[in-house]
Design a binder for this molecule. Structure first.
Ligand code: FAD
Length: 294
């Protein structure tokens, strides 16, 4: 099923992101965790793709496993900046052969090896090039990334939104945001996108923080703003794993309910291969999901 058709339905939906294993030896344990998340019946599941080769091998295997066993639609991520055109085209062919309908088109992070080289020699510089190639090579439903707090490579939000609009014009059907911990940043960003003429669905990305160590990692990776309200939770409960987990799930649930109550019908959760977290959030929303309150 095409994800854009799910997003255009009026009812509230929740989707989850998972990541594939790094090594063949952990395939079955990762596959099992993603299956347990699929058992929660999310609207769809996205499967990430390691930028420098890393976990890219198993993205399609995990995505197909979820679709075939649980009929949960999947979104296979694909990055381009650290790949050759030949590799990307091979991946696109493989996606078509395996019946992948939904692709998240990403640039990928710049690796230290790339940083020291001349960008004019790179085979891909920006995700928009991948969006165009996907559009030309098949009937994919295409997702792309966006940044309510501005991508770190951008000189300004205005510039970031201008390039984002190009990605949409090139064929991105919907957008998913970098993780946000303060919904007001998302509302503000969405307002600016609509003002700039970007009309496709935009899914806020919610990361449930369930242990104190994860906070540092999440902030370092995303650069996202941590509200004082959340910092207080970590300060107070961080040393008790069970209490921190419960508080982190409650915080994420609260964010999701606020988004739904403000008319944002589709929310994406960075579930980090944690079935217990996915199940708890789904349970907290059981009387809300799949309903049309409009
Ligand atoms: P782009 O859209 O290319 O944007 C990158 C920067 O270039 C921005 O500053 C933008 O404003 C600028 N730019 C864009 N187009 C142009 C242009 N034509 N000319 C000049 N500047 C331009 N990484 C992975 O490795 N694997 C994953 O699976 C993965 N999944 C992700 C999922 C989501 C929802 C998000 C938000 C990020 C994900 N990432 C993933 C991280 C992502 O690859 C990085 O954030 C990366 O640095 C940027 O990717 P992008 O697709 O947004 O790039």
């Amino acid at each position: 099923m095409r994800i854009i058709d799910i997003l255009n339905q009026k009812n509230m939906s929740l989707s989850f992101e998972v990541f594939p294993p790094k090594k063949e030896s952990s395939f079955s344990s990762v596959a099992r965790a993603t299956e347990e998340i699929a058992e929660c019946r999310p609207a769809f599941m996205s499967v990430t793709y390691g930028a420098g080769g890393g976990t890219s091998r198993f993205t399609l295997d995990i995505a197909k496993n979820i679709e075939e066993k649980y009929q949960v639609p999947t979104l296979a991520h694909l990055t381009c900046v650290s790949s050759s055109r030949e590799t990307v085209h091979r991946k696109i062919r493989e996606m078509k052969e395996r019946g992948i309908e939904n692709v998240m088109a990403l640039r990928g992070d710049l690796t230290p090896e790339l940083m020291g080289t001349d960008p004019s020699q790179w085979e891909y510089s920006h995700a928009v090039e991948l969006v165009r190639e996907l559009k030309e090579s098949g009937d994919f439903c295409i997702g792309a990334a966006c940044y309510p707090e501005v991508h770190p490579d951008s000189a300004s939000q205005k510039e970031d939104i201008r390039f984002l609009k190009e990605k949409v014009e090139a064929g991105a059907d919907f957008l998913t945001t970098q993780m946000v911990f303060d919904n007001n940043l998302f509302y503000n960003f969405l307002y600016k996108l609509r003002e700039a003429g970007v009309t496709v669905p935009v899914l806020p990305g919610i990361m449930p923080i369930t242990n104190a160590k994860q906070v540092e990692r999440a902030v370092k990776l995303s650069g996202s703003f941590m509200p004082q309200r959340f910092k207080s939770i970590v300060d107070y409960f961080g040393s008790d794993p069970e209490a921190m987990k419960q508080a982190g799930i409650a915080y994420a649930t609260d964010q999701i309910i606020d988004l739904y109550a403000n008319g944002i019908t589709n929310v994406h959760v960075y579930s980090m291969n944690k079935p217990d977290v996915a199940k708890a959030i789904m349970g907290n929303l059981s009387a809300i999901l799949w309903k049309d309150f409009a």
